[in-house]
Design a binder for this molecule. Structure first.
Ligand SMILES: Cc1cc2nc3c(=O)[nH]c(=O)nc-3n(C[C@H](O)[C@H](O)[C@H](O)COP(=O)(O)OP(=O)(O)OC[C@H]3O[C@@H](n4cnc5c(N)ncnc54)[C@H](O)[C@@H]3O)c2cc1C
Length: 331
């Protein structure tokens, strides 16, 4: 595909407002546009999104906003969004297409890339040009290392999804850039599924991220019912309950409880790990806790490498004894 050389950003939004990571994606896009002296366009797909488009139009660095307004774009399903972004990209022929790495962006980005025959680097934390081709930086191994990935194709669209928190939000200016409506074609092939109901789920994970004490349970508990031990210990310590990825994967606890690379990153004053081995994906989410206490029957479990205090023993002996001791202290 030949390219205009311009930069295209998807202006994602949620609850009637641009997503925070969409602002940050604008900053990433502007950096690229400045590096090659080109324009930055933001496309805003959705239904009744004029107010959202107006917010993007006032961001410093945005040269043009395109609005794709269609009932089928809300509530979100990937098909219509993929069709919309694909058709804008084919019309604009951008050098780079940047998508926020949100829960929805991750859903459609790879499929847009497949349709455009474009390369895609997900969750990037920096972008620049080297020798006329896009380079994207991203964290690997749970964020312990960074890699720089250069696109092999001489022309774009080079596609990335932008990790939340990696770029600052742009300033807002008094005057808005031009906002233009966009004709899009969404076929019946793109609307094979639709959302019939949306219900709100009260997430507990944010409480976990802010907790001062956390007791987390792992596969060492053996089965879901035994998680009651972790809950009782958490109660006695006035702590929040967390879980390892293995426990969440087994369906013993909801994903909101997961600590680690694909769950929450926590740094409480006390982190008590019960029957958790200490896989790298778990450690990366809790190793900055002030005091780490680990209970594990395997003296060589990796969790002991980061623990301030370790108890080598059977959790079914240790945890009830701890609960009894804490309860007697409270009396
Ligand atoms: C892409 C990817 C992302 C992932 N993201 C995450 C993540 O966000 N968070 C996460 O936690 N994991 C994550 N994982 C999974 C991770 O690799 C490990 O599989 C998981 O952390 C192991 O969980 P665990 O420690 O509970 O189980 P195990 O590794 O099975 O450890 C159980 C531990 O319990 C001990 N034990 C057993 N019985 C007893 C007993 N009676 N008394 C005392 N100790 C006992 C054992 O000695 C062992 O150390 C991810 C994996 C992948 C591939």
């Amino acid at each position: 595909m030949t390219t205009s050389g311009d930069i295209l950003v998807v202006g994602e939004h949620r609850g009637g407002k641009p997503r925070g990571v969409a602002f940050e994606t604008v900053t990433a896009g502007r950096r690229l546009a400045d590096a090659i002296g080109k324009h930055l366009t933001v496309v805003v797909p959705g239904r009744g999104v004029a107010d959202i488009a107006a917010v993007f139009a006032r961001m410093v660095g945005v040269d043009r906003v395109l609005v794709a307004d269609d009932d089928r774009l809300d509530p979100f399903t990937a098909g219509p969004w993929i069709a919309t972004i694909q058709s804008v990209a084919m019309r604009l022929e951008p050098a780079a297409l940047l998508i926020p790495s949100s829960i929805t962006g991750r859903d459609y980005a790879a499929r847009v890339a497949a349709r455009l025959g474009a390369g895609l680097v997900p969750d990037v934390t920096d972008v620049w040009f080297d020798d006329g081709r896009l380079v994207a930086q991203r964290g690997v191994l749970g964020g312990r290392m960074r890699t720089a990935v250069q696109f092999e194709d001489d022309t774009g669209p080079w596609m990335v999804t932008v990790a939340p928190g990696a770029f600052p939000k742009p300033e807002v200016r008094e005057t808005a850039c031009s906002i233009e409506p966009l004709d899009i074609h969404i076929s019946t092939d793109d609307t094979r599924v639709s959302v019939t109901e949306v219900t709100r789920h009260e997430a507990t994970g944010q409480a976990l991220a802010n907790a001062r004490r956390i007791v987390s349970g792992g596969r060492g508990l053996g089965k879901a019912e035994n998680f009651a031990l972790v809950e009782q210990l958490a109660d006695a310590l006035n702590a929040a309950v967390g879980a390892s990825g293995a426990v969440v994967g087994a369906g013993w606890r909801p994903h909101d409880d997961q600590v680690g690379s694909t769950g929450y990153t926590v740094a409480p004053r006390l982190y008590l790990a019960v029957g958790i081995s200490g896989a790298p994906q778990h450690l990366v989410g809790m190793q900055d806790s002030e005091y780490i206490v680990a209970i594990n029957r395997d003296p060589d479990a990796p969790i002991f490498k980061v623990a301030s205090f370790g108890i080598v023993g059977d959790l079914f002996d240790v945890v009830p004894a701890l609960i009894a001791r804490l309860q007697s202290m409270a009396e």
